[in-house]
Design a protein. Structure first.
Length: 84
């Protein structure tokens, strides 16, 4: 009996540090972490974790960022595609 096994490796997942850099880039210098965290309805320390790549932002945060900055979810997660 022949089996055709595909290589099963680590799931493709976003690079959290790169995602954090993109969040920081979008926040820019006009908003402090505290101000942006209030908009996202998270604590400043939680936003810091997202921006450092120490934690993954949940879907509702990503959706808010998508709407607020008019960027694609693909760009946020992977950096690929057009930003706007």
């Amino acid at each position: 009996m022949s089996t055709n096994k595909q290589h099963v490796g680590k799931r493709d997942s976003p690079d959290l540090k790169a995602l954090g850099r993109r969040l920081r880039e979008l926040r820019g210098f006009d908003l402090t972490q505290e101000e942006f965290a209030k908009e996202l309805r998270v604590s400043q320390s939680q936003l810091s974790k997202y921006e450092r790549g120490a934690a993954a932002p949940p879907a509702d945060v990503l959706f808010f960022v998508k709407k607020r900055f008019r960027v694609s979810i693909d760009w946020l997660l992977t950096g690929e595609g057009e930003r706007n």
